[in-house]
Design a protein around this ligand. Structure first.
Ligand code: BDP
Length: 646
């Protein structure tokens, strides 16, 4: 065997090793897609809704509201799904509501689904914040612990019980955060005995509004009884040949035949295979490249998995098509490599947040945000501080926007949130996150937390376990968490692959003193790199600017101050990116809502865009910089090199 062949064998062996990775969840969580064997019925729109205002918030369970139509047990209002419920009405009590809210709607199920016992009918909730319980026609079918991630349950036998009654779906959702939820929180009772009133508040250590409700689409979809339950792909390439290692898990049939076809964008079949696992070889591969790094970013193949199975009387065929981008990711002590080329993150931190809909999925907003990111010249973002909708990651795959995928481990500051129950839940959330997002080429790194109290003694065991667990789940991607700790006392840093640091010099430290930024930022980088010799991303930096406030010389909260903060950071980034700084992510893409308090003026104003997505002065600074960086580091065709409006 000559050396290149030997290298090729080695790569394939490495790819195979990946599939020894731990998989702790029983079933897959493939995104519901229509195919010749699968139908999808969206249940978005208006649902009946009632918040349980009883003192202990438990009346709905005590009186079994799920047993009959919600309108029969009390008043209901219209509530759009998907959306947070908080900003939909004029009722302040609903905006700040804590506890159980109840959603209900009736669904007409297609007759074929009911008649055909060989069809599975799955009810899927894209996400609901925070704890959910689901009933179908009064029968409890599932519950789920945690917002931001999907859950589903098969309900075929239930809807077939009595085909004459409509299918009534009831979902109760509770937004209460405890020391063991993710993010954690505590409930504080505020009693004023003299005034004889009492109320309770939800406390937490994170800086965004705890929007609640059904945030992502609810739908029914079908599969045959024997079906493709999960697919895992891991990709690599050698010279011009792409390698797609796949693994398919099947449910509902002991003996199924699988055929796998990889199809390019022009509809040509470029590789085929049979069986539940294998390696597809793609000659003259078109790699998946980030936006602004290549003239043809976001190239996706389609992997069509076709299953055939028989159970004596009937035969089943299931077809699922998965978009696949072929690319590699690796990290050295000074670089982040995509397809073996250095990649520099020039991007943003975002939030799922907008007027009226809160955290509800909204297509016009998603497309507007992608247009704005591309206008800025941003090639990446971090899903601060929780997993975003899969629909957003699919856009990233298609447009070549690189993603640092963060779990909801934000605000872990209380020592009691480092205990066994918290860690166990955190591990399950990582299982669910990796299971959902593992096949997205845009996702290049996992972030297991944001700004935890990493100096606390239990943090070492907690983060060592969490990071090792995540690497075992997915050995192909680097793992990090976002720190704001002192470099010398951070207990998790030895275990991360990339150091991600948040800092707010001249804002939370030395407010008003812009002159401190160069020295403090420089020292920050030197300290972290000196101690760990790992590449560093400035994962947050910024300053609040109330749009329309101006001052020269700059003072805090004006657009000028925000501009100068950015420019001062950029000067240091330009020195350090030639060494070991591998990225910069502005805090934040857009203004977003927070709790009310003396530090926030109707939300956090560190956006370079307003909450309505209009640019502040800082957006133009960033735009000029990002395009300049892209021209230096990317490989751009002439028409993207100099956007005409610059
Ligand atoms: C950082 C947090 C982020 C906040 C930001 C700020 O990670 O969630 O919104 O500070 O204060 O420390 O603006």
């Amino acid at each position: 065997m000559d050396p290149p062949e030997r290298l090729g064998m080695f790569r394939v062996v490495c790819l195979l090793a990946v599939f020894d990775a731990v998989c702790l969840l029983d079933t897959g969580m493939l995104f519901p897609r229509e195919s010749s064997s699968r139908e999808v019925k969206e249940l978005n729109g208006l649902w009946d809704f009632r918040a349980d205002q009883s003192p202990n918030r438990n009346q709905g369970f005590d009186r079994a509201w799920y047993k009959s139509r919600l309108a029969e047990t009390g008043p209901v209002i219209d509530m759009p799904v998907p959306a947070s419920y908080n900003d939909i009405t004029q009722d302040p009590a609903l905006r700040d509501f804590i506890g159980w809210v109840w959603y209900e709607r009736e669904v007409v199920v297609p007759a074929r689904w009911v008649a055909d016992g060989g069809t599975r009918v799955v009810l899927r909730v894209g996400s609901a914040h925070y704890y959910s319980v689901v009933w179908v026609n009064g029968v409890k079918v599932t519950e789920h612990d945690g917002g931001h991630l999907p859950f589903e349950v098969e309900i075929g036998s239930l809807i077939r019980k009595d085909p004459t009654v409509p299918c009534r779906i009831t979902i109760a959702v509770n937004n209460t955060l405890t020391l063991e939820t993710l993010p954690p929180g505590t409930i504080q009772h505020m009693d004023d005995l003299k005034a004889s009133f009492s109320f309770f508040v939800q406390n937490f250590n994170f800086d965004f509004f705890n929007y609640a409700g059904i945030h992502r689409p609810v739908l029914l979809y079908t599969t045959p009884k024997a079906y493709v339950d999960d697919i895992t792909v891991v990709t690599d390439f050698l010279d011009n040949t792409g390698l797609v290692k796949y693994n398919v898990s099947v449910q509902g049939a002991a003996n199924a035949t699988l055929s796998v076809t990889l199809i390019d964008k022009d509809g040509r079949c470029v590789a085929t295979s049979n069986g539940p696992a294998g390696v597809l070889k793609v000659v003259d591969v078109k790699l998946w490249w980030p936006y602004l790094m290549h003239e043809n970013p976001g190239y996706l193949y389609s992997m069509e998995v076709r299953l055939t199975a028989a159970d004596g009387k009937s035969t089943f065929e299931d077809v699922y098509s998965l978009p696949v981008g072929i690319r590699t990711v690796s990290v050295t002590s000074t670089q982040f490599l995509i397809n073996n080329k250095p990649f520099y993150f020039h991007g943003v931190n975002k939030h799922e947040d907008s007027d009226i809909r809160g955290k509800g999925l909204d297509w016009p907003l998603i497309v507007k945000d992608f247009n704005l990111m591309k206008w800025l010249g941003a090639n990446s973002f971090r899903t601060s501080h929780y997993p975003y909708a899969e629909e957003i990651l699919q856009m990233c795959d298609r447009h070549g926007i690189v993603v640092i995928d963060e779990c909801p481990g934000v605000g872990i500051k209380d020592i009691r949130s480092f205990g066994k129950a918290s860690l166990t839940h955190h591990l399950v959330v990582m299982d669910e996150l990796v299971r959902r997002d593992k096949n997205h080429p845009s996702v290049v790194m996992w972030s297991v937390a944001n700004e935890p109290a990493a100096e606390m003694p239990p943090a070492e065991f907690y983060f060592k376990t969490l990071i090792q667990h995540t690497k075992a789940l997915d050995p192909t991607r680097p793992v990090t968490y976002i720190t704001a700790s002192n470099y010398a006392r951070d207990k998790g840093a030895p275990y991360v692959d990339v150091i991600c640091v948040n800092s707010y010099f001249s804002w939370y430290h030395d407010p008003g003193h812009l002159e401190v930024i160069p020295i403090q930022l420089n020292t920050q980088f030197e300290n972290w790199y000196g101690k760990y010799q790992k590449p560093i991303i400035q994962s947050e930096y910024g300053a609040d600017a109330v749009p329309g406030l101006h001052s020269d010389p700059p003072v805090m909260f004006t657009e000028e101050y925000q501009k100068v903060v950015l420019q001062s950071y950029h000067n240091v980034f330009d020195q350090k990116r030639k060494q070991y700084v591998i990225g910069e992510l502005i805090w934040n893409f857009a203004d977003f809502m927070t709790v009310q308090g003396i530090l926030r003026v109707v939300g956090n104003k560190k956006g370079v865009f307003t909450r309505q997505r209009q640019p502040k002065a800082a957006a133009f600074i960033l735009r000029e910089r990002y395009w300049r960086l892209a021209n230096e580091t990317g490989r751009l065709p002439p028409w993207t090199k100099y956007p005409c409006s610059l």
